[in-house]
Design a protein around this ligand. Structure first.
Ligand code: CU
Length: 214
């Protein structure tokens, strides 16, 4: 399924189906809201245009109040609808988390000089920086297992990052002074690009990695 080049991630992990469905639902809702705004905007442009036969907007305090009520109610309803769509996905995710305990643990460290460092099975995976300044860390782990990822931001003044693997539909913020966790089952061997998806400073775009599932 692709929509003007927008395409959900390919199915390589347990999160994919869940997130793809939510992505599609939110996309449909967003397109519907966008279309409604465009239609109303066009209608207003024509109806209240300047020129022969133009109609002035009515100065009606009651109508204005009604308009304000609608103005407030519609975004609240959209927010509630988004919540209603997300909550089942979240509870399904929590259910999976509680019912399938992870087999292995990977620690993800986002360092204060914009590099990834990984710890798995008593091994440390360190970054290598190339001549263009791009820092690359390769994490090699077996495929077909479920992993608990623990993410933390290190340094004296830790900053926010986001650990993101597009192909696995895997994204979790790395927040200072908090250990965020996520369970991922990597089903298919492959080489998956790791990016930082939260703008974190000067070398944000050079903070890269590869997850090698073997
Ligand atoms: Cu970043």
């Amino acid at each position: 399924m692709a929509f003007f080049g927008l395409k959900p991630a390919v199915a390589e992990s347990n999160l994919t189906e869940l997130y793809n469905r939510l992505f599609f639902e939110v996309l449909v809702l967003s397109v519907a809201v966008f279309a409604l705004v465009l239609i109303l905007w066009t209608y207003m442009l024509v109806r209240y245009r300047k020129g022969i036969g133009a109609v002035a907007a009515p100065h009606n305090p009651i109508a204005l109040k009604r308009l304000q009520t609608i103005w407030i109610a519609v975004p609240i309803l959209i927010g509630l609808l988004l919540l209603a769509l997300s909550l089942p996905a979240l509870s399904e995710f929590e259910y999976e988390l509680n019912n399938t305990p992870p087999e292995e643990t990977v620690i993800v460290e986002a360092t204060e000089n914009w590099q990834w460092r990984f710890y798995y099975n008593n091994q440390t995976f360190r970054p290598v920086t190339d001549e263009n300044g791009i820092s690359m860390t390769t994490l090699t782990i077996p495929a077909g297992k479920s992993y608990l990822f623990i993410l933390w931001s290190s340094g004296e003044n830790p900053i926010i990052h986001s650990f993101y693997i597009y192909e696995l539909n895997f994204k979790m913020d790395v927040v200072p002074h908090v250990n965020n966790t996520i369970v991922v089952t990597i089903e298919k061997p492959g080489s998956y690009l790791i990016l930082c998806a939260e703008y974190c400073g000067a070398r944000h775009s050079m903070m890269r990695g590869v997850l090698e599932a073997i």
